[in-house]
Design a protein around this ligand. Structure first.
Ligand code: PHE
Length: 337
């Protein structure tokens, strides 16, 4: 029994199997135990001899099991240590760094330009009242020009703002007709449009407002000229065309020249060589009045542009939906560190 047991114990390399052997030899029903149990059948002379022998064998087997167990446990420990070892000399895994979205960058760029000309940046709610989105901007209920901006209404009086102009009305109102207003307001706006390459039901605008004593159309033209040149290049020119907005009178649309010249000659982006980028005009006296400004004392100009469109023109993006699709192949091209 002893030799057999020791041989088996030596060949085992798993704790579980070792435990089984322990049961087989030393357990209640194990072989040694049954030898010891059978002692009663032996003669008086045999008993001490066999008993001694059996005890010795039991001891030897138990010891051998214990030794083996220590070896197996040591091996397991070595293996674990090896597997969990950290090689501190390995190069680290590269970390993916995010970046800001192209539209965010453009907004910051435009903000910086106007902050440089003394404007402050204001924000307002995207869920707006009918009053600030339309009425305070000279668009009373049932005014036909409301159709220019198809709206998402939430209740009769609440809607998703269709432009950032309500922020201007709110700011003027908060200044109580007492001090000049010189602000821009970037933000998301919503219109009921079918999405295609040039339309999105959600897009971004930046509007500007300058109200003070003696603000003129020439101030508007001068500042927008600086803006266009800084944004698109010193070789760009601007032109103003007459237009209509309910909240400005007179109203204009502004084009920038888009002649691109290279060694091979010049090409224009459109047949005319001009492309429209924003709307603006002199704040309607009625709008000033509703916001608490005395139209005989104060005058002002306002302008508004689609941020997405500016980004598309500047970076040659041909589908506005790219800005909102979160396609990393597109987005990461414009990441700035
Ligand atoms: N709010 C106008 C629009 O969304 C743009 C605009 C702003 C025009 C300010 C004139 C003055 O179309």
């Amino acid at each position: 029994i002893r030799n057999e047991a020791i041989e088996k114990i030596q060949s085992v390399d798993e704790i579980k199997k070792l435990q089984k052997l322990k049961v087989t030899y030393l357990g209640k029903k194990g072989s040694i135990t049954s030898v010891l149990r059978g002692m009663g059948k032996l003669t008086k002379e045999e008993r001490p001899v066999i008993g001694k022998l059996a005890n010795k064998v039991q001891e030897t087997i138990a010891q051998s099991i214990q030794e083996k167990q220590a070896i197996i446990e040591q091996k397991a420990m070595d293996k674990q240590l090896q597997e969990e070892a950290i090689d501190v000399t390995l190069p680290g895994r590269p970390i993916q760094v995010g970046g800001s979205h192209l539209l965010t960058n453009i907004v910051h760029e435009i903000e910086d330009l106007f902050i440089g000309m003394g404007f402050e940046v204001k924000e307002g709610p995207q869920v707006e009242t009918d009053y600030y989105n339309f009425e305070a901007l000279n668009l009373p209920k049932n005014h036909p020009a409301r159709d220019m901006q198809d709206s998402f209404y939430i209740t009769n009086e609440l809607l998703l703002r269709t432009h950032t102009s309500p922020v201007q009305a709110r700011t003027m109102r908060s200044y109580k007709g007492e001090k000049p207003v010189k602000m821009i307001c970037p933000g998301v706006v919503y219109r009921r449009d079918s999405d295609d390459a040039t339309h999105s039901h959600q897009f971004n605008q930046i509007e500007g407002l300058y109200v003070d004593k003696d603000v003129r159309m020439s101030d508007l033209k001068g500042m927008l000229n600086i803006f266009a040149k800084k944004m698109f290049g010193e070789d760009r020119e601007i032109r103003l065309r007459p237009s209509f907005f309910p909240f400005t009178e007179p109203s204009v649309e502004m084009d920038i020249s888009c002649k691109v010249c290279s060694g091979k000659g010049c090409s224009v982006c459109k047949k005319t060589g001009w492309i429209e980028i924003l709307g603006g005009g002199m704040v309607h006296p009625h709008v000033l009045e509703m916001a608490g400004y005395e139209p005989n004392v104060y005058t002002g100009f306002a302008f508004g542009m689609g941020t997405d469109r500016i980004a598309m023109l500047k970076y040659g993006v041909n589908d506005i939906r790219q800005f909102y699709m979160n396609d990393k192949r597109f987005i990461t091209q414009y990441h700035q560190a």
